[in-house]
Design a protein around this ligand. Structure first.
Ligand code: ASP
Length: 453
């Protein structure tokens, strides 16, 4: 059995949905289909999920959002019209959205989540209706009925372990399962969405629960590229990479696949195949547990911006018991998560995502670190980009760091920090955001363009 997931752009119009139908029905193993909400039809378009968020927010403020409701229903209606589906499909979607808008608003985050999730929920119903319209047995399955339970964290839910056994029961389901991505239910029965682009996570959970042989993730590119094509034109396609490599690349900015989506597939050792709905014959990229290292030491280079670093220095920090714990306690008190902590004898740097704190929180934290830890120096630097050079083979190759830092220095990029060693699959360089693209290009040139000549 294969679990197949289609992203928003693969379901943005009737023509796209027809491609989805052809892909699914061309292989009888494709028994479970996970769908996103309709995405963008062209670069200036708005995703249904974004319209839904706006709609929920407006409704909370003014109890009125007729224009947005009609824009959302209109997206489904366009698809239904193009595919020749009956009006009642759309009438049900409108009624569902209007009913959700009348729901409990005591907790705005939960209210918004319920509206957000309806994007995939209603799309799954529409896709199932289309498959049946084409004479194929297909059933919409609700995550609630299937027992997909998650933590009670609106917009950031995580799967609960009992879900896997519950989902296994779906193997009994006849016909093709059409399952909405992006959300599950808390144990109290409330809708909770995963983080944005979370339908990839649903697909992976379902693949694990159903004990599928393969998780196919259909998107709108031919493969995962070794570097962002917006920075380097025509980059090399990656044919195969490991879960760990993919996780590092997704984390550091590769948006093809959600960075939290690998774990469920990885735990069940289910390979993930990334493919293009618009070019299904293209080979795509396969994510597996182990691979032959034929690509040289580096498989991909990713960059992500929006980080800041907090530098703390204190003479004899190395001898002070509990220093690290007390720093982290301050972060915990402020509700902050950190990404990396490179450290030295008398200093420690904490790298965080900048958007977690406003100026007031930042000031408060610096003051506490200075006063409570009696630090000699505390400095915060904003607008840092992290560049990850990723490849399992790196640890068997001598001189990879030297090659990378030489390439960066020749390109005039100032390295703010290096973190290598804690992860065996990646090397991290912190640079100023203004130099991010330059850095990525220089590294690509070193590890990919050079080997090709
Ligand atoms: N529709 C949701 C989003 O835009 C989830 C997804 O497409 O995976 O984030």
């Amino acid at each position: 059995m294969k679990v197949v997931k289609f992203g928003g752009s693969s379901l943005a119009s009737g023509a796209q949905l027809e491609k989805v139908f052809q892909i699914v029905t061309s292989d009888p193993e494709r028994r479970a289909v996970v769908v996103s909400a309709p995405g963008k039809r062209h670069p200036e378009d708005t995703k249904v999920t974004d319209l839904l968020i706006e709609c929920a927010q407006q409704y909370l403020l003014s109890k009125e959002a007729t224009g947005l409701v009609e824009a959302i229903v209109g997206r489904y209606a366009d698809i239904a019209l193009e595919l020749g589906l009956a009006d009642d499909v759309i009438n049900r979607i409108r009624a569902d959205l209007l009913q959700l808008l009348e729901g409990d608003k005591t907790n705005p985050e939960r209210f918004i989540d319920a509206i957000k999730a309806s994007g995939e929920d209603n799309n799954a119903k529409l896709v199932a209706a289309y498959f049946r319209h084409r004479g194929v047995e297909a059933h919409y399955v609700s995550p609630k009925d299937a027992g997909l339970f998650v933590t009670s964290e609106p917009g950031n839910a995580q799967v609960l372990p009992e879900s896997y056994d519950n989902l296994f029961q779906l193997r009994q389901q006849k016909g093709i399962i059409i399952f909405p991505g992006f959300f599950g239910f808390s144990q109290e029965g409330e809708v909770m969405t995963f983080s944005r682009s979370g339908s990839d996570i649903t697909g992976s959970i379902l693949a694990n629960g159903l004990k599928a042989e393969l998780y196919e993730n259909f998107t709108d590119v031919d493969a995962v590229y070794s570097v962002n094509p917006a920075i380097v034109s025509n980059p090399k396609e990656i044919r195969e990479l490991t879960y760990r490599e993919m996780r590092e690349l997704s984390y550091a900015g590769f948006s093809v696949f959600h960075d939290e989506a690998l774990i469920p597939a990885f735990r069940a050792r289910i390979p993930v195949q990334i493919k293009n709905t618009n070019n299904p014959d293209a080979e795509g990229t396969r994510v597996v547990a182990t691979r032959d290292n034929t690509n040289g030491p580096v498989v991909g280079i990713a960059g992500d911006s929006g980080f800041c670093s907090i530098y703390i220095s204190k003479y004899l920090m190395n001898r002070e018991i509990g220093f690290g714990r007390r720093v982290l306690q301050i972060l915990e008190d402020e509700g902050l998560t950190y990404e990396h902590i490179p450290s030295g004898i008398d200093d420690i740097t904490i790298i965080l995502r900048q958007n977690q704190m406003d100026q007031a929180a930042e000031k408060r934290m610096i003051k506490r670190i200075k006063e409570e830890l009696d630090a000699d120096e505390v400095a915060i630097e904003h607008n840092i980009a992290l560049i990850m050079v990723v490849g399992e083979a790196m640890r068997h190759n001598v001189g990879t760091t030297a090659r990378a830092s030489k390439a960066l220095s020749e390109a005039g990029v100032n390295i703010e920090m290096i973190n290598q060693g804690s992860s065996e699959v990646s090397m991290m360089f912190g640079v100023k955001e203004a130099q991010e693209k330059q850095a990525v290009r220089a590294l690509y040139q070193e590890f990919f363009a050079k080997v090709l000549v």
